[in-house]
Write a protein of this length. Structure first.
Length: 148
């Protein structure tokens, strides 16, 4: 799977560990940074990951900031992104089964490495169930388009 990953300074430590983890699982990883502890603005990274996923350059995206919240707010502004902020593996699975999440958001300041790896591992293999869940996702897009 081609995975694009980005983080701000609050998520860079976990992001660097995650890149290595994904590579050991033989995924193709595009790491867009950040690459150090200097303060940066998370919306720039969310926008780059969103564009890669919606444009088809990557199959999935992973975004990590301090809490994951700013990344999830930002990524979900982009049409075609279904970003899920999760803190444990079951929610990651459900975000795939019911929501067809294509971007995973994590909080680097409170998730330990092993829990983060377990979340990502679960998220990468879980399939979307489609059917009534697809109908609801289609409704999400329709309402967003017509009720503004
Ligand atoms: C940066 O200090 C922090 O605000 C950011 O990483 C993230 O947690 C925002 O939601």
């Amino acid at each position: 799977m081609k995975i694009i990953i980005g983080a701000d300074h609050g998520g860079v430590e976990l992001k660097d560990l995650m890149v290595k983890h994904l590579e050991t699982l033989a995924h193709e990883v595009e790491d867009i940074g950040t690459h150090g502890p200097q303060s940066v603005d998370y919306p720039n990274y969310a926008a780059m990951v969103a564009a890669a996923v919606t444009g088809g350059r990557a199959d999935r995206g992973i975004l990590i900031c301090g809490s994951g919240i700013g990344m999830s707010i930002s990524a979900n502004r982009f049409h075609g992104v279904r970003a899920a902020l999760v803190t444990e593996p079951y929610a990651a699975k459900m975000s795939r089964r019911h929501n067809d999440s294509n971007v995973l958001c994590l909080g680097g300041r409170f998730l330990g490495r092993d829990l983060a790896f377990a979340i990502v591992d679960a998220w990468l293999v879980e399939p979307f169930e489609g059917d009534r869940h697809q109908r609801r996702l289609t409704l999400v897009d329709e309402l967003a388009r017509t009720r503004l």
